[in-house]
Design a protein around this ligand. Structure first.
Ligand code: SF4
Ligand code: SF4
Length: 179
């Protein structure tokens, strides 16, 4: 979950549909979609006390992902204190669900497709940070004509996965690959 809370985009979807979708996913908390989530300045000390991995830099506070409070796809502190971003954030898929632009079963299928793409990557590449680093390094090697066929295949799968996540979950301005 990143610092791009969706407050004001649209009405939230019915709570049962939102729960069904998010409990099949968890990718905004597990480091698949984002490296970190933003904190309001007044939240940093409390977040650190509550076992969030807080970093403060240039006067801004954030907590790193994966979040310590995630168990599978479920937030274990859902009904306790959480940073503002946790209650506010909605990815584009959840927003579409709220607008009635997608049925919950189809939205769950989108999550399953994302998981399936991720499963084609080596386990240590299934985070945004790792996918990006690998794709950047592989592109450099490709320019030098030094990319192995195996790495070329992995790079193609990483790029397809990043694109799918951009297209289905990340908002404009937060996409990893340019359009
Ligand atoms: S559907 Fe969106 S908001 Fe819900 S857990 Fe997945 S990424 Fe997060
Ligand atoms: S506290 Fe819960 S909602 Fe917030 S990042 Fe952690 S797992 Fe996600």
């Amino acid at each position: 979950m990143a610092d791009d809370g969706a407050g004001g985009d649209t009405a939230p979807p019915p709570i049962d549909d939102a729960s069904r979708l998010c409990l099949s996913c968890g990718m905004c908390c597990d480091s698949t979609l984002f490296f970190f989530a933003g904190l309001k300045p007044r939240e940093a000390a409390r977040a650190a006390k509550n076992d969030f991995d807080v970093v403060e830099e240039d006067g801004k506070a954030r907590f790193n992902q994966p979040c310590h409070h995630l168990d599978g796809a479920a937030c274990t502190i859902y009904s306790q204190w959480r940073p503002h971003v946790c209650g506010d954030f909605r990815c584009t898929l959840l927003i579409k669900l709220g607008k009635g632009d997608i049925a919950v079963s189809d939205a769950v299928t989108v999550v399953a497709k994302a998981r399936s793409l991720l499963s084609l990557l080596p386990e240590d590449l299934r985070t945004l940070r790792a996918m990006r680093s690998f794709a950047d390094a592989a592109q450099g090697r490709m320019r030098e004509g030094a990319l192995s066929p195996e790495d070329a295949g992995t790079m193609a799968r990483a790029v397809i996965t990043l694109r799918f996540l951009d297209d289905n979950f990340r908002k404009d301005g937060k996409k990893i690959l340019s359009a």
